[in-house]
Design a binder for this molecule. Structure first.
Ligand SMILES: [Zn+2]
Length: 170
């Protein structure tokens, strides 16, 4: 198993196979899973373009120059390879977004995220039920507790040849 395989297993498992509590909310933004050895940060958005899931590959620590192109962009065929791998796993790709050379690229998927995750994102957009006037910007205990109840991605399985690579963050 490669690191990218493990990362995709984790992110796709969260998007498609994880049942979310009926009293939790999830921001529409991505969760991210880092792959530091490859200098990559992968994002998984439940409702991105057209309210459908989007997978994102980012250069985690890009080398940038002012007013110029990045020194460490994604590889020219990296997004194509990612889309091909997703298709191989049975996830039909709607489209990809990237202009080479870029430090980020995205893959839009056809299959909607797990309905309980979609419902959790809708709960986020609904905003705070205790303080509806504050909408999604409320920072009260009830709203924070609702967000904390979301089920996070399962830890990635250890990959034998790459020690210390289980970094994972929201
Ligand atoms: Zn509130």
């Amino acid at each position: 198993m490669t690191e990218q395989t493990a990362t995709l297993d984790t992110g796709l498992g969260w998007l498609y196979d994880t049942i979310q509590p009926a009293d939790a909310h999830q921001q529409h933004h991505c969760i991210t899973i880092s792959h530091p050895e490859a200098n990559r940060l992968y994002g998984f958005c439940p409702t991105g373009s057209a309210n459908l899931p989007v997978g994102i590959a980012n250069v985690a620590k890009p080398e940038l120059r002012p007013y110029d192109l990045p020194l460490s962009p994604l590889a020219p065929d990296e997004l194509f390879d990612l889309a091909t791998e997703l298709e191989r796993r049975g996830f039909t790709v709607r489209t990809t977004w990237k202009v080479h050379p870029a430090i980020t690229g995205s893959v839009g998927l056809v299959r909607p995220a797990h309905p309980t995750l979609v419902a959790a994102v809708e709960r986020y957009h609904r905003g705070c039920v205790v303080h509806p006037e504050r909408s999604v910007f409320c920072d009260c205990e009830a709203g924070n507790a609702e967000g904390a109840r979301i089920v996070r991605p399962a830890p990635r399985p250890a990959v034998p040849s790459a020690a210390g690579t289980t970094g994972q963050q929201r």
